[in-house]
Design a protein around this ligand. Sequence first.
Ligand code: IPD
Ligand code: CA
Ligand code: CA
Length: 298
Amino acid sequence: MVRAPDQPVARIGRAPMAPGRERSGPPERRSLAPRSATITVMIRAAFAAAKFLKRDFGEVEHLQVSEKGPGDFVSHADIRAERTVRAELARTRPDYGFLGEEGGETKGDGRNRWIVDPLDGTTNFLHGVPHFAISIGLERENEIIAGVIYQPISDELFWAEKGNGAFVDTPSARSRRLRVSGRKDPARALVGTGIPHLGKGDHAGYHAKLAAVTERTAGVRRWGAAALDLAFVAAGRYDAFFELGLAPWDVAAGILMVREAGGVVSDIAGKPYELGGPSLLASNFGLRDSMVEILSKA
Ligand code: IPD
Ligand code: CA
Ligand code: CA
């Protein structure tokens, strides 16, 4: 059967499902969403890279005891993961451009571009902390239209398509629709962030903002993988997330996920977010103005 590239197809590893149909069942299983061919290709690429990353992560845990640590080993893991993602994507979409954290930019058809972080959360990976992800976004005519974020250790697969919503597959639930939280009051909000580190960022400027946020909110978390931070906002786990100086590959998939889950992404002044811009704020709509107020006064 000939299929248009974005037509819904069978879900990986499951029986084919008619386009637009939902299975009946208990509420948490009702939103089994059809996936387009494009999302299916992206998920396959993420799974292929995850296979290597999981194996390498096991090695890294052994290498901690050496004085030099697993640094070189991890940079090879990064590069191999990107090559794997790239090769998988190119098998079915050879004309698309590619922007990856490790290999830089390759021009394509001028219309479509993959934006890939093969290992988001490198510092966690390097230290044997099991919180990292593969992030794949698809940009078409300067707009992100599809995103996949896969956490190989927890086996959580987040995915979104423009206009079709955002979803998560976990080991215990399939295709659960993601919704941002409903908390509007900063005093009840849990906020994710990324903290600058040695050799990166405006430390004093950032810490003033962090202090303002810690004084006004229920708590702040720094888990070390921006793609997952955004997926957590989409899932309503965090009520908001902010960071300064993120790169396009950190956020391409995640910003779509937040928007498709009913949230909003801007810069910390509330202005439209430009991919790779100096600051990012993601939250539900009800909390956005308070977060902008807190962050811009600091
Ligand atoms: C980093 C992580 C981290 C964020 C940094 C990113 P990497 O990406 O997303 O959470 O705070 O700004 O550079 O280096 O692990 O791919
Ligand atoms: Ca990253
Ligand atoms: Ca990375």
